[in-house]
Write a protein that binds this ligand. Structure first.
Ligand SMILES: Nc1nc2c(ncn2[C@@H]2O[C@H](COP(=O)(O)OP(=O)(O)OP(=O)(O)O)[C@@H](O)[C@H]2O)c(=O)[nH]1
Ligand SMILES: [Mg+2]
Length: 348
């Protein structure tokens, strides 16, 4: 059989997590319309059955990453570190480009200034071009195959693709160029086949029925954060972090006719009292809305009823605190949980 790690790379909001979920058929990573949704590298595993005379069976370990952007805070730096960690052990890299954004970039009539000074204001096009340069410099150092994956093709006409492919392939020698729509499930079978083609022969990295390495506890925290991102605007989504404080699995048998109940307490961290007020809302209405939408998703993940208690804590400037940012990483949380609760290891 074949197996390997495939890192999914790209600027924020290009559809990396949507692609991961579509490929694995599971909700592995949260997805929102806001950039910088993903903060950690996230593994999603796909088992590919053998295809007669085409390829042997394979296990593809996809690694979704935070969107590549110039870091401005400790949190951003941590997110970029996650990208580097994902690139460290990989057999193949998929670079995702959002075709709708590329079209706007190509159409922007303002010239990209060569050198920027106060007299040359940064146009949108130049900001995008610079950020792309940053991404291209990351992949130029890679010694593995790199596929260019053009995303969201359901939103454009097919004839708009060709010029885009021409200009992008001038910037890097991609092993493959594959247009896809994760939303419409278009092009994904071709993508999977091309991936299997380049993967090395090897054994499974994960048991056959495991689709992620994330502990359930962390997935629950992410689902709550997804609801916060969807329910709030302005700077609140970026300043919010979720930590599960209590996760009590059902004890004993449920009463006849009822489902077992999981009790979860979660702290929502924000940076300022104004943000806390927005998160709570008038008479607690916002927090209730966040809780209700999150609870539904958690119930479908766990297959139990869920009692969810949320509270909001102000942690001034946490995005600049290295220690706090580190403590949000579930890999670090697992370590400290193992120290405090030596018997509680089922979730890992
Ligand atoms: N129409 C369309 N929209 C898509 C497609 N893929 C993703 N989107 C939308 O694009 C937005 C961003 O998707 P994400 O998957 O969260 O993007 P991401 O690259 O993981 O973003 P970050 O985690 O913030 O870096 C969401 O609103 C998705 O619904 C697609 O194939 N077609
Ligand atoms: Mg994402």
């Amino acid at each position: 059989m074949k197996s390997g790690f495939v890192a999914i790379l790209g600027r924020p909001n290009v559809g990396k997590s949507t692609l991961l979920n579509a490929l694995t058929g599971e909700k592995v990573a949260i997805v929102t319309a806001k950039p910088q949704t993903t903060r950690n590298r996230i593994i999603g595993v796909l088992e590919v059955p053998a295809r007669k005379k085409v390829h042997p069976p394979a296990q593809i370990v996809f690694v979704d990453t935070p969107g590549v952007h110039k870091p401005a805070s400790q949190l951003d730096r941590r997110m970029l570190q996650e990208v580097h960690d994902a690139l460290e052990s990989r057999d193949l890299v998929l670079v995702l480009m959002d075709v709708t954004r590329r079209i706007r970039l190509n159409e922007d009539p303002s010239p990209v200034p060569k050198r920027e000074g106060p007299e040359a204001p940064r146009s949108k096009a130049s900001v995008w071009a610079n950020e792309d340069e940053f991404l291209f410099s990351l992949i130029s150092k890679l010694d593995c195959p790199v596929f260019l994956v053009l995303t969201k093709i359901d939103l454009i006409r097919k004839d708009e693709l060709l010029p885009m492919i021409e200009s992008l392939t001038k910037q890097h020698k991609f092993a493959q160029v594959i247009p896809v729509s994760a939303r419409k499930n278009d092009g994904l079978d071709v993508l999977v086949r091309k991936i299997v083609d380049v993967l090395p022969t090897g054994e499974r990295y994960f048991p056959k029925d495991q689709y992620t390495d994330q502990p359930v506890r962390f997935m629950v925290a992410e689902l709550i954060r997804e609801s916060i991102l969807i329910e709030t605007g302005e700077e609140v989504p970026y300043a919010a972090a979720v930590v599960i404080e209590r996760f009590e699995e059902p004890e004993g048998k449920p009463r006849p006719g009822t489902k077992p109940l999981t009790r979860i307490n979660a702290a929502i961290y924000c940076e300022r009292t104004g943000q806390k007020a927005i998160l709570i809302g008038k008479g607690g209405s916002k927090l209730t809305a966040i809780g209700t939408s999150a609870r539904r998703k958690i119930e479908s993940l766990l297959g139990t009823r869920v009692y969810l208690e949320l509270y909001v804590i102000v942690e001034p400037g946490w995005r600049e605190s290295r220690a706090f940012v580190e403590s949000l990483d579930w890999r670090n949380q697992l370590e400290s949980l193992a120290k405090t609760q030596p018997g509680d290891e089922e979730e890992s």
